[in-house]
Design a protein around this ligand. Structure first.
Ligand SMILES: NC(=O)c1ccc[n+]([C@@H]2O[C@H](COP(=O)([O-])OP(=O)(O)OC[C@H]3O[C@@H](n4cnc5c(N)ncnc54)[C@H](OP(=O)(O)O)[C@@H]3O)[C@@H](O)[C@H]2O)c1
Length: 406
């Protein structure tokens, strides 16, 4: 039974009342902070939706500007394709796609689908390419979820097989999605790196992508009209690696009850690109005649530091941010993994790649980080999504709504 006020000596009453007041004040302040944070996020998300609506209209104009109307997008279940396909459909293109698995249930009805393994040399690819004017070749395997053999098979072999079929079908243009990983990190290349440099890939993924490009260049020499894009790390709704993994890292720490994201003292320069800009560049360059037979670096024109990116991620998820002296700061792999298991048990999906090393993608310094964007900008193309804060807010909302993070 609660004691009446009069039963406490005056000092005790003052103490109890003081504590109560302090607690009430703290709760009030916390609620105010939370409401303010929620309101800021709401306003930010509303502004982002407006900006993205405007950018989508610009992208749509790239897609509608292209007169030809029948396209195949390979790797249709993939992250970038999941943005390119709707852009084409909404602009009235006749579109088909392909993948190794059965037709996905959530693929829009108007999109044709072929189940095929492009690397299987016995597979008939005529249904994939016959009657098509544009080939957007996005299928491929990256390092995070594939063995080295798979990377070569699903990039090099698949592209060689596809291009044989494409040559026979006589398409108007092939846009091949390569990667800046072909430049490598061991050898110092000219900075910023121009597309004309001799690539020196250092890891298996970069080697596979460079070997794949050589398949494309041989076909170009034989007369294939092709454009090669070399994007850096791409982020956006539906991405499962890189920036997405870093956001999962922050979400794990929030879930574990940590109030501040701590990072080591040395910032690492990042290079990033929004998926909307990949889609826009793909559509723009496909029908830009002087782009044929050329390669294009694709990246944001500025290079945020790992500290900037981590601070934005922390802020988006309502955590503080601090740079500390210890390069190995933060929770251990085991602690993070255990928190993630609890999140999965509570309904989080496992779509985003969990990396044993915290903030793995932001730790790698790359001596060939800076890219020459002169070729891209010289075509008249302009990037539309260069505000990282907006992009991070968009990711936070998208992943949160789908419970890719809790
Ligand atoms: N995401 C990035 O940050 C980034 C950066 C630079 C370059 N790129 C390049 O851009 C392209 C698209 O990237 P993404 O992130 O969207 O890739 P993704 O999500 O991994 O999708 C790739 C798709 O390729 C399909 N695929 C793989 N091997 C195949 C084969 N043998 N036959 C048919 N389909 C096959 C897979 O579909 P199924 O499993 O259904 O067969 C998968 O859905 C890739 O070539 C990648 O190297 C990506």
């Amino acid at each position: 039974m609660p004691l009446a006020r009069g039963h406490f000596p005056a000092a005790r009453i003052a103490h109890v009342t003081g504590t109560r007041h302090r607690n009430i004040r703290r709760t009030r302040h916390r609620n105010i902070r939370r409401t303010r944070h929620r309101n800021i996020r709401r306003t930010r998300h509303r502004n982002i939706r407006r900006t993205r609506h405007r950018i989508r209209r610009i992208h749509a104009s790239y897609a509608t500007a292209a007169m030809a109307s029948t396209a195949v997008v390979t790797g249709g279940r993939g992250f970038i394709a999941s943005h390119l396909l709707p852009a084409l459909v909404s602009s009235g293109w006749d579109v088909r796609t392909c993948g190794r698995r059965p037709r996905p249930d959530d693929l829009a009805g108007e999109i044709g689908y072929c189940q095929v393994d492009l690397a299987d040399s016995s597979a008939d690819l005529a249904p994939v390419v016959d009657g098509v004017s544009h080939v957007f070749h996005l299928a491929g395997a990256s390092s995070s979820r594939s063995s080295e053999d798979e990377m070569f098979r699903n990039n090099v072999d698949a592209t060689a097989h596809l291009l044989d079929a494409v040559s026979a079908a006589g398409v108007e243009v092939v846009v091949h999605m390569s990667s800046t990983s072909i430049y490598g990190e061991d050898e110092q290349l000219p900075s910023p790196v121009p597309e004309t440099v001799q690539p020196a890939p250092s890891r298996a993924y970069g080697k596979a992508k460079w070997q794949t490009e050589q398949v494309v260049w041989r076909a170009v020499e034989a007369g294939l009209p092709a454009v090669v894009l070399r994007p850096v790390s791409v982020h956006g709704a539906g991405a499962t690696k890189l920036l997405a993994s870093a956001m999962l890292d922050v979400a794990i720490e929030r879930y574990a009850g940590l109030g501040t994201v701590v990072v080591g003292p040395t910032p690492v320069e990042q290079r990033l690109l929004h998926v909307d800009d990949v889609v826009a560049a793909t559509l723009y360059l496909a029908d830009h005649a002087p782009a044929r037979g050329r390669a294009f670096n694709l990246a944001m024109p500025h290079y945020p530091s790992s500290h900037e990116v981590a601070a934005l991620l922390a802020d988006e998820l309502g955590l503080g941010f601090e740079v500390v002296d210890d390069a190995d700061c933060g929770p251990s792999t085991e602690e993070r993994a255990a928190a993630r298991v609890r999140m999965l048990a509570e309904g989080m999906t496992d779509d985003i790649l969990f990396t044993p090393e915290r903030f793995r993608f932001m730790r790698k310094a790359n001596r060939n980080n800076r890219l020459d964007l002169g070729a891209l900008l010289g075509t008249g193309f302009r990037l539309g999504q260069t505000d990282l804060k907006d992009a991070v807010a968009e990711l936070g909302a998208w992943y949160g709504e789908r419970r890719w993070i809790l």
